[in-house]
Ligand binder design. Structure first.
Ligand SMILES: [Zn+2]
Length: 522
């Protein structure tokens, strides 16, 4: 089957403008070169590799030289004044032309990929693409996907697959939740016990929380710094920045199990084998805690070029701090009002350190409590996300919208998913995710610039294997990609539902597990 006009309008996320331009199709064969302007080699090679892998078609790739014969080619050109992410895609009898900003050309390649057949072409080594014109650009500058590798550890190859899924959906941030109570997943050379002890747990809770027992199977692992550098480079080639998250002051039991002197009670502690949160957190009155975390941040900053470093800041219980003489002494000497202000002291002190290295912190919306650190970006997650968003805007801080009701992909997709395993939260159908709107009516126009974008999160307590993660991610990630990329006015559920039929074919073509949710499931 070759492409038809009907298929042109199936691109996800939906482009701003798609025009037919004449009737006909351009034939891509092994005689057609990919020609590119110097900075666009990544996009040229991405496309070359894609058609080689999927269609066994080997296209020549050449940088555009002084002799510019661009006819009958796939020509990628840089438009130096194009806004970030902007591209034009034109296909006519002369060939395929993609022009735009550097990342924009990459997104143009993603759109072109979605115009290709979702099966082996009947005529080998030839692909037909329909004549057309696309003008497109992203709605938000931050379009994120988060993967929790702490609750369950996933192999590097699978993390790369998730990065690919994000790239196909024109997302540009991949947030790695690297540390939590249930496991420490990044190699830290200065503190080897984080990996020797903190990366492993002796068993995992069975079934829905609070559980029906423990499987007593040792689970864990961590990424070496070499593996992480490889992941960072892999993502960069797809115009994706990996944002590392090192949780503090809560969700830190794996670190405390390795270094018990950093907790208020001194331990002993164990890497957590069940889900939910814990009373034991870093002691905010102990200066060794800050020295320790700064040492970790030094290594993290060295591996991750990301401007943003996520420090967590969520769900930090205050019971231990209330009973701890060191924490109480800190409250007194720093003239703090209570334990909420102590948390703010903790985050602000770490923020100062991270800012001194030229980076910016992101924290979950609890960092608003007790006074927000001066330069922090807020990830608004609780409830429908609006409270955190509005709180951040009132404080004039940048915010990323990631509502648990709608954008948490660990929530079940249908009400009858219980055969799969346990889940958190209420039913979040693909339709519900699709209809989430980050900019509510209450947002003032002068605050719009503070809304950087949005992110969808995959927490993996109840996902012990890659196939389950994919199944929970798709098709909701496709729905969310339109919230992040496409203009608000173009969002139309019925239209999306029709386009999803093609997207399901692409999932199969790409080799993804997904939940073929009845589209009208609420
Ligand atoms: Zn303490």
């Amino acid at each position: 089957m070759v492409n038809s006009w009907a298929q042109i309008n199936t691109i996800i996320p939906k482009p701003i403008k798609v025009h037919e331009c004449g009737t006909g199709e351009f034939l891509i064969s092994e005689k057609i070169p990919i020609l590119y302007d110097a900075p666009l080699e990544l996009s040229a090679n991405f496309f070359k590799q894609y058609v080689a892998e999927k269609y066994q078609l080997s296209l020549p790739v050449k940088m555009v030289g002084s002799k510019k014969n661009l006819k009958s080619s796939i020509h990628l050109s840089l438009k130096s004044d194009a806004p970030e992410g902007h591209y034009l895609l034109m296909i006519d009898k002369n060939g395929v032309q993609i022009t735009g900003s550097e990342s924009g050309v990459f997104y143009g390649v993603q759109s072109l990929i979605q115009l290709l057949p979702t099966s082996e072409p009947t005529k080998k080594r030839e692909l037909l693409v329909p004549y057309m014109n696309i003008a497109d650009a992203p709605r938000f500058v931050y379009r994120g996907l988060m993967l929790d590798v702490s609750r369950h550890f996933f192999p590097v190859e699978f993390v790369k697959k998730c990065i690919d899924i994000a790239a196909y959906h024109k997302m540009n941030y991949f947030h790695l939740h690297l540390t939590d109570d249930q496991g420490w997943r990044i190699e830290i050379k200065k503190y080897p016990k984080l990996n020797g002890i903190g990366s492993w747990r002796n068993g995992t809770m069975i079934g829905q929380w609070p559980g029906t027992g423990n499987d007593s199977i040792r689970h864990g692992g961590f990424y070496t710094q070499g593996q992480i550098r490889d992941l960072v480079a892999y993502a960069q080639k797809r115009y994706i920045t990996i944002v590392p998250e090192i949780e503090m002051p809560g969700h830190s039991l794996a670190a405390l199990a390795a270094y018990p002197n950093l907790g208020c009670t001194g331990g002993p502690y164990q890497v957590k084998e069940s889900w939910g949160i814990t009373d034991d957190v870093y002691c905010a009155g102990n200066d060794s805690v800050f020295t320790f975390l700064q040492g970790i941040i030094d290594e993290v900053i060295d591996i991750f070029p990301s401007k943003y470093i996520h420090i967590g800041g969520d769900e930090c219980r205050k019971d231990r701090w209330k009973a701890c003489p060191k924490c109480q002494n800190r409250i007194k000497t720093e003239h703090l009002k209570d334990e909420h202000e102590l948390q703010s002291y903790f985050v602000t002190r770490m923020e100062k350190y991270i800012n001194s290295k030229g980076r910016t912190i992101i924290g979950w919306d609890e960092i608003l409590e007790g006074g927000i650190a001066p330069n922090a970006v807020v990830m608004s997650w609780r409830g429908d996300g609006t409270q955190g968003l509005e709180g951040a805007l009132r404080a004039k801080h940048p915010v990323i919208f990631t509502p648990s009701y709608g954008f948490y992909l660990d929530y079940p997709q249908t009400s009858h998913e219980d055969s799969l395993a346990a889940n958190w939260g209420g039913v979040t159908s693909v339709k519900k995710s699709y209809l989430i709107e980050p900019i509510t009516d209450s947002v003032k126009s002068e605050d719009l610039r503070l809304i950087l974008g949005a992110q969808t999160n995959i927490w993996t307590e109840y996902m012990s294997n890659p196939a389950k993660v994919e199944y929970m991610m798709l098709p909701r990630l496709s729905a969310i990609s339109e919230v992040l990329w496409s203009p608000k006015e173009s969002r139309n559920w019925d239209d999306f539902k029709n386009r999803m039929e093609f997207q399901y074919q692409r999932y199969q073509w790409w080799g993804y597990a997904y939940n073929p949710v009845p589209a009208d499931n609420e």
